[in-house]
Design a protein around this ligand. Structure first.
Ligand SMILES: [Zn+2]
Ligand SMILES: [Zn+2]
Length: 280
């Protein structure tokens, strides 16, 4: 573990070249972590599971990333390197045998530290590809409602350690398309999800990837993080969702500063599927 004199921080959501949308080498990620005083990094490459997903291909990727992470564990930068997976499933229910196939294959590869669960697509449609400009408020709320249902199903059947980037479609609806959807209109479903993860001891990720972009907010945003705490939630992780080494831990310092104003004193990372708390 890095001894820098600075507080320990872990980045629990990072992509490498084993994701289709990243070219980052794991050694370069470790180097960036060292430079940014990040003590632990979890490599969470994509496993987007759909009914037609080629599981052999997914399995091959998992083997490659597990081997590479194992090889780089003793990296010269002294970063604690963890093997994770971003398991994304959305809206193909009740075809829940998908999850059995995942559990029997992908989650058994290597010494897996952490499963983060997310939803990118609802049914066959990527939430990034909808034309939200053409929708009225009811239709926008309907999109979010279907997204939340997919999140609930993913949580129930995927059983991740961490729920990643809750409210993901808002980066498009309120960010790119500037539709100004009010999260209070979504509150009942959000409460249902928060209540579920609190009950099941699933951590909530604070995803910083949008900070400084057209959707300059945390995912989920500060109001929802306050609500989570009010409901009794205590398990929080910090993830940059970096796809390039330079974006590792992006926005962590400002986020930690804000968390301290909210009396949050502890964050988590996940190793060997167990929570590891650290003080901020
Ligand atoms: Zn994601
Ligand atoms: Zn990601």
């Amino acid at each position: 573990m890095i001894q820098t004199g600075e507080a320990f921080l872990a980045d629990t959501h990072v992509h490498s070249r084993f994701s289709h949308d990243s070219e980052a080498r794991i050694l370069d990620i470790c180097k960036a972590a060292r430079e940014k005083h990040i003590g632990a990094v979890c490599i969470t490459d994509h496993a987007d599971i759909k009914p037609h997903t080629d599981m052999e291909e997914q399995l091959r990727i998992r083997k490659d990333v597990a081997l590479t992470v194992a090889k780089e564990k003793e990296n010269p930068d002294g970063v604690e390197l963890l093997l994770g997976i971003e398991l994304a499933c959305g809206g193909f229910y009740p075809q829940n045998d998908i999850f059995d196939r995942v559990a029997d294959t992908l989650l058994t590869v290597g010494s897996l530290d952490c499963v983060i669960g997310s939803v990118h697509s609802v049914g066959a449609i990527s939430t990034a590809r909808n034309n939200y400009a053409q929708m009225n408020k009811g239709e926008l709320l309907g999109c979010m409602d279907r997204y939340f249902d997919a999140v609930l199903a993913m949580l129930e059947y995927g059983q991740p350690d961490v729920l990643a980037h809750l409210t993901y479609p808002l980066r498009y609806i309120n960010g790119k398309f500037e539709r100004g959807l009010n999260w209070q209109d979504l509150e009942p479903k959000i409460k249902q999800i928060l209540s579920w993860i609190i009950d099941k001891h699933i951590a909530l990720e604070i995803n910083t990837s949008c900070l400084g972009t057209y959707y300059d907010a945390l995912m989920p945003d500060k109001d929802i993080l306050r609500l989570y705490r009010q409901m009794g939630g205590t398990l929080l992780t910090l993830g940059s969702d970096a796809h390039k080494p330079e974006n590792l831990a992006k926005g962590f310092q400002q986020t930690v500063a804000w968390l301290k104003t909210q009396n949050v004193t502890q964050l988590q990372y996940v190793k060997n599927r167990q929570f590891h708390p650290y003080q901020i």
